[in-house]
Design a protein around this ligand. Structure first.
Ligand SMILES: Nc1nc2c(c(=O)[nH]1)N[C@@H](CN(C=O)c1ccc(C(=O)N[C@@H](CCC(=O)O)C(=O)O)cc1)CN2
Length: 300
């Protein structure tokens, strides 16, 4: 058996196009474009690439991109002052501080300072709480992208067994909340989980977000399962995921590749969240079916 490849790159391009198609209508109603501010502190090469892509894709969608590049030795107070300035700026609908931050900066304090109404990353505890309780808020981009890929492939997820490997605030926890909301039976596995393989073996859906290259083995996977690989690990100059791709492809029903799977969905969902933030901040309604179309596009 050879699994189907889930083409996140193509899905993300479609999502970006659907977001871009909504921008002129917003602009006509609000007399301005949606605006996204991205803050990069330091020179981490991977972060610099992601921030460049965010700026480019924001502009391509017809939105305004505000980019702030600060030196690695920027102090906590200066960064917080910039966040406050962006919170108060009516042209800015979404604020994103690129992670990881340099070690001398208290990441939690910075994320807490972003207005929850502009928190398009969905990392603020207010938005985490909204997600946990099923309220409207901002959902972190990577798990939102994973959910879209899963719903596109499987349709209704209710009743399916899902295992999420990893319990980070950015991926594992929100992913588990989204799958629970979609009526899956969810197991959250982590470094202390005993007999991980036995949990994976029961799962119709496997989301691997553990940060260890080629960790999940094909012979753990239930035949036909859908495998979402969130990992981005560099091994000998090559990008590999958290799933051992070759062995997973022999057993699973569908697998996201790395690169070209989940990664591109992260920025596409950021644009989607920025569009939603702009409508909410400007008091311009975004038609429910338009949102549904973004979250659950028709199959072509
Ligand atoms: N404030 C945030 N910081 C970080 C986030 C985030 O969502 N918000 N996520 C990651 C990095 N990230 C976006 O910021 C991101 C990661 C990967 C990709 C992507 O498209 N990956 C490609 C491969 C790219 C490459 O060659 O390196 C893929 O998987 O196909 C986009 C965005 C951490 N920080």
């Amino acid at each position: 058996m050879t699994a189907e490849l889930i083409d996140g790159k193509a899905f993300a391009a479609g999502l970006r196009a659907r977001v871009a198609a909504q921008v002129p209508t917003f602009q006509a109603a609000a007399s301005r474009a949606p605006g996204l501010a991205v803050v990069l502190v330091g020179e981490d090469p991977a972060s610099a690439v992601y921030v460049r892509s965010k700026g480019k894709q924001t502009r391509e969608a017809g939105m305004e991109s505000f980019e702030h590049r600060l030196p690695a030795d920027t102090g906590q107070d200066d960064l917080l002052a910039l966040v406050e300035q962006l919170n108060a700026d009516p042209a800015v609908d979404g604020i994103l501080v690129q992670l990881p931050l340099p070690r001398h900066i208290d990441e939690q304090e910075v994320l807490l300072r972003i207005s929850p109404d502009k928190d398009v990353d969905g990392f603020h505890p207010v938005n985490a709480g909204r997600l946990a309780t099923g309220m409207e808020g901002f959902v972190p981009c990577t798990p939102l992208g994973c959910l879209m890929l899963l719903q596109d492939r499987l349709g209704d997820l209710s009743g399916l067994d899902a295992v999420v490997i990893g319990r980070s605030n950015i991926v594992g926890k929100p992913m588990a909340a989204l799958l629970t909301q979609a009526s899956c039976t969810v197991t959250v596995a982590h470094s202390r989980t005993r007999d991980l393989a036995s949990h994976v073996a029961r799962a119709d859906i496997v989301v691997a977000a553990v940060g260890r290259a080629n960790f999940v083995q094909g012979d753990w996977i239930k035949p036909g399962a859908t495998v979402i690989d969130v990992g981005i690990n560099r091994v000998e100059g090559k990008l590999v995921g958290d799933v051992d791709f070759a062995s997973a492809m022999r057993v699973a029903g569908a697998v996201t590749p790395v690169p070209g799977g989940v990664g591109p969905m992260t920025i596409a969902c950021l644009l989607r969240n920025t569009l939603v933030a702009a409508h909410r901040n400007a008091g311009v309604p975004l038609a429910g079916d338009v949102l549904a179309g973004i979250d659950r596009p028709e199959r072509t």
